[in-house]
Design a protein around this ligand. Structure first.
Ligand SMILES: O=C(O)CCC(=O)C(=O)O
Length: 284
């Protein structure tokens, strides 16, 4: 039976309706989901899915190999290395969670590694009564919005990606910098399945390889302006048991943090391993 889809915004995204991820899915159904994922510019929403970590992992595996989050070991679920936890719940020792500000800069997952993520599947376990939304941006559209001159200027250039997160403890930051030295990825990437060009830039990209900070800044400013155009976006308002599956090869996202920190928010993410990309940054 064909999937029933409902578009979420003009730029990207569709809800997959009438599907129950607690039930076994046929290969045909998984193939239809994969096609819809590519057709809708890399974002699918599955609402009201009463699944736990094991089913979340099993469903994610239908789309590829899962990352075990070695680059962010402290954010892993204690029993499932394939799940990354994003929460404002205090740690077991009562300290504020280092993951409470995860994703509050525009980014694409694991861009600070040499195997940026193919996709991510984020499940809402607890959400505040209002806010806690996530913005998504279509990075094909961001590339298409640039002039031919700018497209030509940036072809062949690499942006330097570092791991950045606001308000983390000093030892978290030290460990993260040790595990994840700066890496350089092309500013323009070709999506391996659609063949389309997508802009690859985010707030953690502070410099262009081979250019000075002063030379990089105005170019990055122009690229970020294209990347965050509201016309290229979708704002997701989470409900408990939502699962959002996005393609990191052609989208960026940002957790807005627009909620009362006294309210509980807990999200769990699986991450699909992507293809090798880039190199360790020179002169970073
Ligand atoms: O918590 C969110 O809304 C998004 C988290 C995020 O940015 C991520 O998992 O990469």
């Amino acid at each position: 039976m064909a999937l029933r889809l409902r578009k979420l915004s003009y730029a990207l995204g569709a809800e997959v309706c009438d599907i129950d991820l607690t039930q076994p899915l046929s290969e045909d159904c998984v193939g239809d989901i994969r096609r819809a994922f590519l057709e809708h510019n890399g974002l699918l929403l599955f609402r009201n899915q009463r699944i736990g970590p094991a089913q979340h992992i099993a469903f994610s595996r239908r789309f590829g190999e899962l990352d075990r989050h070695e680059s962010v070991p402290r954010d892993r679920h204690p029993e499932h290395a394939e799940i990354l936890v994003v929460t404002n719940e205090p740690d077991a020792d009562g300290e504020p969670s280092n993951s409470r500000y995860t994703g509050q800069l525009w980014h694409s997952d694991l861009g600070f590694t040499l195997r940026p993520a193919l996709g991510s599947l984020l499940r809402a376990v607890a959400v505040p009564p209002v806010g806690g939304d996530t913005l998504f941006a279509n990075m094909y559209a961001a590339y298409d919005a640039l002039s031919a001159g700018m497209q030509s200027l940036i072809s062949g250039l690499c942006g330097i990606h570092t791991q950045q997160r606001r308000h983390v403890s000093a030892d978290w930051q030290a460990e993260s910098s040790r595990l994840n030295p700066p890496v350089a990825h092309p500013l323009v990437r070709i999506h391996p399945e659609t063949g389309r060009k997508a802009l690859y830039v985010g707030e953690p990209v502070k410099r262009i390889e081979g250019l000075s900070d002063a030379e990089s800044a105005p170019i990055l400013e122009v690229l970020m302006a294209a990347a965050i155009r509201p016309q290229g976006g979708y704002r997701h308002q989470w409900q408990v048991n939502d699962l959002v599956f996005w393609d990191n090869r052609c989208t960026n996202h940002q957790a807005l943090g627009d909620y009362d920190s006294a309210e509980r928010r807990r999200m769990e993410r699986t991450t699909l391993v992507g293809e090798p990309s880039g190199h360790l940054a020179s002169g970073a």
